[in-house]
Write a protein that binds this ligand. Structure first.
Ligand SMILES: Nc1ncnc2c1ncn2[C@@H]1O[C@H](COP(=O)(O)OP(=O)(O)OP(=O)(O)O)[C@@H](O)[C@H]1O
Ligand SMILES: [Zn+2]
Length: 934
């Protein structure tokens, strides 16, 4: 039967040789195996004078591989041309190249690699010798001390060179493993090879899949196992003088490793790092013969999927009876390691892009293995396979083929349709743990004689993001520098910031040192550090600190920082919050054109916003006190002032605040006309707190019994009027039931507890007694008190009060910590202007430390309040009725910038704490921060 491939038997050789010559010119002869053949070919003397063809004169070296090879190619049955392969002394003649050649070239192109005639000639003729040379003993390498297959003493037998060449020639059969129908039949008759099922039908004329096998250059470079036409070549002695080929020769033929990844590519399951489960399972599977038809290896890049697939493939075909498979010494292992196995194919998924190739693949899988137990197809990047390919492969699994195994490899399992996934036995390859990477890198350094700093290795491991290949590649690059591998070098190579620099920046940002934060951030980003990378590095650093992975090799300053933050709970909270800000900033960064600004803005939020969070946490922890402090007197016994967290004895305003409230109440009650009411209020009621905004004061008055409370409710207006007279502004009175009245609260010595949450940030505990000085109560309505809302506010509006507290002590300029405690959750405000920008009330905040009035004016609107800190700092708050949104805006004259803090302040109602969730304004304020620099 005619075999079309034979029409072109001589063409591919020419092409291959030309190709090899080209390759030779591109590749380093000392490192790339292909060039070894090319070197030989370079010495070839092409004689084109022959009318019938080309005479190829090979030098002695080149001629070696012909020894023992066949001398005649089989007849070309179609054309009648005789393609001879003469070996005469050092001259090999290839005949049969005639005038029809261009035509043949054209025809033959699609399956050029199938038809390298002379090598085919060799292999075909050598086919009968395969049995002879394929035996384990003949291929057994000389490896003293090793006991192959565990079968007694190690073989000392060396393969003689001619025999080896026979073997290699036999194994070097060029072309696809998929034979044509005719070939299959031909071979089938002598029992060397049969198709188990001719799935392609009688039309199938050769698989033509060598393109599939012949993986791209990447695979050719990296993969000695690929069944590409390049690798289908005879083995050559490098110097031409050798007469014996050892195991070493074979492995070296597979190619000198070009990088550390190749050099240290795992060869057994034991070599795999961090893949215990997968390794054990696959090893067991191959040892026990429980082999699934299709596997799927998935996971991030550089985690050993392809390596494992290869090891598994080798293990499946390993002849060893031991549990340690692949043994590395049996015939199959040697074939595999030398890249000569015909039964293990590595295919790039992108190459199976046509139905013809899919068919060819499936047809090929249906063939019985050449010499092994299984035909293994490793399909890399399987997520690019088309549905057609998947269906064909999966369908073929239904056929009774017991010998084909697919190992699908992908780093993007999401892209593989679920229906296909369920057919596969899946193995996940997780990111390699840093500790494992470090261990591996250290071992490589030792083996390669590289000097290294341990911290540098740790840094590399950290930067490799769980990819061992990335780590090895980085190490490779650093090793080229010929210096010791140091942290600085690693940072330079990666364009990253050192941990000391990062910590300095973090410290500045957390301590709200705006000027220096901006300066440092600029400095780092201008030194070619990508803003995104800076954010990512900062986030990683914080995570390291939070997870207790304190860095070694840091400067004293950095250690000091870690001592302050990593060991203190508050420090950890700050860091957590900073991390949150960074993660939000990262989202913006990806879409922003002005990334540096975003980074700076994020950094500037560390101090303020994080403080809000801290305070909010503090507040929540003592929420009962803050919300109902006038009810509960449990905290009276506490030695800590809840206003400033200082010892009560050090609280400077405590006593006078206490007296102020007592006297306000006393004088207000004194203004009542009715003596009985006067007595009732003086005896049964007490003023627990006053919250004063610009035009409204909210006074809370407590009574110890429900009956008393209901009685008081009847005279609420009277109480209100009295207080209005006393305070000089509208007063909203809130009557509360308290568990018990302070002991002899009407006496000077009574213990009365209330808290005054003022804009100064003082939650005043006025439980002290015995003070006689009475300040002018009107001072209470001045800052530090807060003014809420417009005078024209509706009654609903007047129900609202805002308390802003800072734990900052007066003497302490920074940091500011604000808490928003909001007793309302609705407001008829329009905090945002229509264009989505922040409202007119804060349009052009022109903050001057001394111009509180102006600030107030700027911030003031139906829905904004402003207040002044005792030390002249200002805080603006705008609220909206939407979703309890609240916008917090702060300015601190000790900073050069003003900045917004959005999401972390806590809006709390009496019943519940509501987290402020809106971030819009905060972002905008932050975004426009530079405008407000003064
Ligand atoms: N688990 C591992 N154990 C040992 N070496 C590993 C491991 N993972 C990766 N390597 C190293 O990385 C190199 C590349 O690994 P491999 O090609 O198997 O990764 P991969 O997961 O298939 O990557 P990709 O998805 O990018 O193809 C190996 O040569 C080896 O040096
Ligand atoms: Zn083996």
């Amino acid at each position: 039967m005619s075999d079309p491939r034979r029409n072109s038997v001589d063409i591919p050789l020419t092409k291959t040789l030309v190709q090899l010559k080209r390759v030779r010119s591109l590749r380093d002869p000392s490192t790339y195996s292909l060039s070894k053949l090319a070197t030989t070919l370079e010495n070839a003397n092409w004689d084109t004078n022959s009318i019938n063809g080309v005479t190829l004169n090979l030098t002695k070296a080149a001629n070696h591989h012909m020894n023992g090879g066949p001398t005649e190619c089989e007849n070309n049955k179609t054309t009648g041309h005789k393609t001879s392969y003469h070996r005469k002394a050092n001259v090999v003649k290839i005949r049969g190249l005639n005038q029809n050649r261009p035509k043949l070239v054209h025809k033959a192109r699609p399956r050029k690699s199938l038809d390298s005639s002379c090598v085919r000639g060799i292999s075909n003729s050598a086919a009968n010798q395969v049995e002879e040379v394929n035996s384990y003993e003949k291929l057994q390498p000389d490896i003293p001390g090793k006991c192959p297959s565990g079968k007694g003493t190690p073989s000392k037998k060396k393969l003689s060179y001619p025999n080896f060449l026979k073997a290699s020639a036999a194994m070097s059969r060029v072309g696809s493993p998929c034979i044509s129908v005719s070939e299959a039949r031909t071979n089938g008759t002598d029992g060397t090879r049969v198709r188990s099922n001719d799935v392609a039908g009688s039309n199938f004329s050769g698989c033509g899949i060598s393109y599939c096998w012949s993986v791209g250059s990447r695979y050719r470079d990296l993969n000695p196992y690929s069944d590409s036409e390049d690798l289908e070549r005879p083995l050559l002695s490098t110097d031409g003088t050798g007469t014996e080929v050892t195991f070493k020769d074979i492995t070296s033929f597979a190619g000198t490793p070009r990088n550390l990844s190749q050099k240290f590519r795992p060869k057994t399951f034991n070599d795999l790092i961090g893949l215990n489960v997968a390794s054990q399972s696959l090893l067991y599977s191959s040892c026990k013969g429980k082999v699934a038809p299709i596997y799927l290896f998935h996971g991030p890049r550089g985690t050993g999927k392809t390596s494992t697939a290869r090891i598994f493939a080798a293990s499946l075909n390993c002849l060893s009876l031991e549990d340690q498979r692949p043994c590395g010494f049996c015939r199959e292992c040697v074939l595999f390691q030398s890249g000569k196995s015909r039964d293990v194919k590595e295919i790039d998924g992108t190459k199976i892009d046509r139905s013809s190739k899919v068919k060819a693949l499936v047809a090929s899988a249906s063939l019985v293995p050449y010499s092994s137990r299984f035909r293994v197809f490793i399909i890399d990047e399987c997520h690019v396979l088309r549905d057609e390919a998947w269906s064909a492969i999966l369908k073929s699994l239904d056929e009774p083929y017991r010998h084909s195994v697919y190992i699908m490899v992908t780093s993007d399992i999401e892209a593989v349709p679920r229906s296909y996934l369920s057919h596969c036995q899946k193995y996940h390859f997780p990111k390699i743990k840093p500790a494992d990477i470090i261990y591996r890198l250290q071992r490589i350094c030792v083996e390669e004689g590289l000097e290294f700093e341990n911290d540098a290795i740790q840094l590399i491991a950290g930067k490799s993001n769980g990819s061992l290949r990335d780590a090895e590649t980085m190490l490779d690059q650093l090793g080229l520098l010929g210096k010791q591998i140091t942290v600085t070098l690693v940072n330079e190579l990666n364009g990253s910031v050192s941990d000391d620099d990062l910590i300095e920046l973090l410290d500045l940002a957390l301590s709200s040192d705006t000027t220096n934060t901006v300066r440092k951030a600029r400095e780092l980003m201008s030194s070619s550090v990508d803003p995104l990378q800076l954010v990512s590095q900062l986030a990683n650093l914080i995570m390291d600190i939070l997870s207790g992975r304190c860095q070694s090799g840091l400067s004293d300053i950095s250690k000091n920082f870690l001592g302050r933050y990593a060991l203190a709970e508050t420090g950890m909270k700050r860091l957590r919050h900073a991390l949150k800000i960074l993660s939000e900033a990262e989202k913006h960064l990806r879409t922003s054109k002005n990334q540096s600004t975003w980074v700076t803005v994020a950094l500037l939020q560390f101090g303020s916003a994080e403080s809000s969070l801290l305070e909010s946490n503090d507040t929540q922890s003592r929420a009962g006190y803050c919300r109902d402090e006038w009810v509960s007197r449990d905290n009276l016994s506490s030695a800590i002032c809840y206003a400033c967290s200082h010892d009560k004895s050090n609280c400077s305003e405590r006593r006078c605040r206490r007296l102020k409230l007592e006297n306000i109440w006393r004088r207000a009650v004194g203004k009542c006309q009715s003596k009985s009411i006067k007595n009732f209020l003086r005896k049964e009621g007490y003023l627990s707190s006053v919250h004063v905004t610009e035009e409204l004061a909210i006074a809370e008055v407590g009574f110890g019994h429900p009956d008393l409370l209901s009685k008081a409710e009847k005279i609420q207006n009277l109480i209100s009027t009295s207080l209005q007279h006393e305070l000089g502004c509208d007063v909203e009175v809130r009557l509360k039931l308290v568990s018990s009245l302070p002991a002899s609260h009407d006496a000077k010595s009574k213990k009365q507890s209330f808290s005054l949450l003022s804009c100064s940030g003082r939650q005043q505990d006025l439980s002290e007694s015995g003070l006689t000085d009475i300040d002018d109560p009107t001072k209470l309505v001045e800052p530090p008190f807060i003014k809420l809302g417009p005078a024209s506010a509706s009654e609903d509006d007047t129900q609202r009060a805002v308390t802003i507290k800072s734990t900052q002590s007066e003497s302490d300029a920074m940091p500011k910590r604000f808490i928003l405690q909001n007793e309302y959750n609705r407001c008829s405000s329009k905090a945002m202007s229509e264009d989505g920008q922040y409202g007119p009330h804060i349009k052009e905040p022109d903050f001057q430390p001394s111009c509180f009035a102006r600030t107030r004016k700027l911030l003031r609107s139906d829905h904004a309040i402003c207040l002044r800190m005792q030390n002249q700092n200002k805080v603006g708050l705008a609220v909206s009725k939407k979703e309890y949104e609240a916008y917090f805006y702060a300015y601190d004259p000790t900073y050069t910038d003003c900045y917004g803090s959005n999401s972390q302040a806590t809006l709390s109602s009496r019943e519940e704490n509501l987290s402020m969730k809106n971030s819009r304004l905060g972002s905008m304020l932050c975004w426009r921060t530079p405008k407000y620099t003064i």
